[in-house]
Write a protein that binds this ligand. Structure first.
Ligand code: OAD
Length: 229
């Protein structure tokens, strides 16, 4: 089995009923990104930001992993040392499908973070601006998610995996957001083959060697079956 890095985006969770961001009717057509997904937006109106993520946490808990999440978990369980699963998604559907190690580069809805002391803990169902940090008591709790203008998590580890992978696969991502949009070029520079699995051409389609088009729940299980032989 070749060493593979798989990067997933909102498209992998779309058929579980969680909205994507940039498709027609997507999350960024309903909400102002600068109000709900930036440190400045949080400083201005923390209640609004908590409401946004509370609603997304509720949607996540009501959703079930789909056939694409299950297939990727099957692949990772079969070859745990060869497969690195990186996601831009803040939902927990990869884990609930049975994936072991998932690199959540944009954080996780199910975790809370203290902006004052950096402590992290399991997020309650609903978070509020007045919630006190269990470690230091500050009323500075926020969802443990990465906002625009912040540095994504675990970039060193991702960089190392991209440098030594032989195959890079992007699933259900528009290639609109950096640094994830740059992973395909980084992997290719190090000699990896690159494959895009997406419903339609993305902003970075031209950088991939191969493309599989269609809904993730159909295309991903077929691709995993081919790989597992
Ligand atoms: P986008 O909403 O930008 O892109 C989703 C992609 O999935 C699009 O290219 C769709 O064509 C594709 N797609 C939709 N349904 C699909 C399906 N059933 N099967 C396969 N593909 C499908 O979402 P992301 O690329 O994940 O960041 O967005 C990246 C980041 O932008 C997110 O992590 C989030 C957002 O702003 C932050 O909030 C920091």
């Amino acid at each position: 089995m070749r060493r593979v890095v798989i990067l997933t985006g909102a498209g992998v969770s779309a058929e579980s009923g969680l909205g994507t961001f940039r498709d027609v009717g997507g999350i960024w057509s309903q909400y102002d990104l600068s109000e709900v997904a930036t440190p400045r937006g949080f400083a201005r109106d923390p209640g609004l930001v908590h409401e946004f993520y509370n609603a997304r946490r509720a949607n996540m808990r009501a959703a079930e992993p789909n056939a694409a999440h299950h297939a990727l978990a099957r692949l990772q369980r079969a070859h745990p040392s060869a497969v690195t699963l990186v996601t831009q998604n803040i939902d927990d559907l990869h884990e609930r499908a049975g994936a072991g190690a998932v690199v959540h580069m944009h954080g996780e809805l199910s975790r809370a973070l203290c902006a004052a002391c950096g402590a992290r803990w399991d997020a309650p169902e609903l978070m509020h601006p007045a919630d006190a940090c269990p470690a230091c008591g500050a009323q500075a709790t926020r969802p443990d998610v990465v906002w625009f203008g912040e540095i994504p998590y675990r970039m060193d580890e991702i960089g190392r995996a991209l440098a030594r992978c032989e195959l890079f696969v992007a699933v259900g991502t528009s290639g609109a957001v950096w640094p994830a949009a740059g992973f395909v070029a980084e992997a290719a520079e190090h000699g990896a083959e690159t494959l895009e699995i997406n419903l339609e051409p993305s902003e970075t389609s031209g950088l991939f060697d191969r493309h599989l088009r269609g809904p993730a729940t159909r295309v991903v299980p077929d691709w995993v079956e081919t790989l597992l032989g």
